[in-house]
Ligand binder design. Structure first.
Ligand code: AMP
Ligand code: MG
Length: 355
């Protein structure tokens, strides 16, 4: 199959909507990441999504609709869920709600809940409205790779597996949606994203954040969100997160860089825009501005893809506080680093006392 990247004119969005109605797949821009869309009520289309991504069948899909009214046909919406939807949808928030029987088991891994989202990207909304079908759309990447934030990322991963990718430009948020479990006793964030716990607390009296957001699952522990089990976002080189006092972080990142280069291997430091001057002379890449963390979210997956393409052996990365959008960034970075974190204060201090 030939894959075409199309500009999102009315005509091309109509063509994509027609493809969805006929059971075909479409790469679609959203404000979070690009989605691989298919008719959520068409079992064959759902199976094609899982096959194209090589996604494990027990990892359920998020279903996209253009309005609360369209969501009503698919799930039971409580008063609290409705309040959240009125406050944050369209936007980067996915709610897990009790499903209605119309949802095919292949789409939600046979669970009692279904994940529903109303995206705010104008092209996604127009496509959903024109197609008239609910659209199951996981991130349009090969399973395990960083999520795609440009049409070219989708093309790179899925060429030949779908006929159309609508090019809506670089995704504004850059990280996948917040997944909030509304079937839990207290609404629980299973995956942090653009709608932060702090924002949710402006509507909800209480919000929990799942323990597994910033730590690996223990042996035999059940994942509340099946997607959390899988290795994710990881570049092929070894990524280490470095925490601690800034001067110690810089010292350690430079030392690891130099040690790696000295033995003839490739290395790169990932640092915040504000700290770039400290790494002069080393191969350093900006991951965005610490004072504007939304810029980090916006470019993180593109940076992870770049270092993967360049086949860098050893990578060190500065970290930021897990607050606000920082929680979502640290969730993705921790998984990309396979939870490998070094405390520069302990190591640099250790070296100093031995001198
Ligand atoms: P993606 O499609 O790549 O954005 O990933 C969707 C995420 O939502 C994955 O982590 C899924 O495991 C999670 N998810 C979707 N539906 C459900 C559900 N019904 N229950 C729990 N987690 C879900
Ligand atoms: Mg994904």
């Amino acid at each position: 199959m030939n894959t075409k990247i199309l500009t999102p004119t009315d005509e091309n969005i109509w063509l994509a909507a027609q493809t969805l109605r006929e059971g075909g797949l479409v790469g679609m821009p959203t404000e979070t990441v690009y989605g691989l869309g298919g008719d959520a009520l068409n079992e064959e289309a759902i199976r094609a999504i899982f096959a194209a991504k090589a996604r494990p069948a027990d990892n359920p899909l998020i279903i996209h609709v253009p309005s609360i009214q369209a969501a009503e046909g698919l799930c039971e919406i409580s008063d609290v869920s409705r309040r959240l939807m009125c406050a944050f949808c369209p936007g980067p928030l996915t709610l897990l709600m009790p499903k209605k029987p119309i949802i095919p088991a292949v789409a939600n891994a046979g669970l009692d809940s279904v994940a529903i989202r109303i995206p705010s990207h104008p092209v996604a909304l127009q496509l959903l409205e024109m197609s008239g079908v609910p659209v199951a759309a996981p991130s349009a990447n090969t399973s395990g790779k960083p999520s795609p934030t440009t049409a070219m990322h989708v093309y790179h991963d899925l060429y030949g597996k779908l006929p159309i990718i609508l090019d809506g430009g670089a995704c504004q948020v850059g990280l996948e949606s917040t997944v909030l479990d509304m079937t839990a006793e207290v609404p629980t964030v299973l995956r942090p994203g653009g709608i932060t716990p702090e924002l949710l607390l402006t509507v909800l009296p209480e919000v929990r954040v799942s323990d597994s957001v910033l730590r690996p699952l223990k042996e035999g522990e059940k994942a509340l969100s099946p997607g959390m089990r899988y290795r994710h976002y990881a570049p092929s080189g070894q990524l280490t997160l470095v925490k601690g006092e800034q001067s110690n972080v810089e010292h350690l990142c430079k030392k690891m860089y130099q040690d790696t280069v000295n033995v003839g291997r490739s290395a790169r430091i990932l640092a915040f825009e504000e700290h770039l001057p400290a790494y002069e002379g080393q191969s350093v890449l900006s991951i965005g501005s610490l004072s504007r963390p939304e810029t980090i979210a916006h470019k993180l997956f593109a940076v992870l893809r770049q270092i993967d393409d360049e086949k860098i052996d050893i990578l060190t990365c500065e970290i930021l506080p897990a607050e606000g959008i920082g929680l979502a960034i640290m969730n993705r970075l921790s998984r990309a680093a396979a939870f490998h974190v070094i405390d520069a204060d302990a190591i640099v201090g250790f070296v100093d006392t031995r001198r």
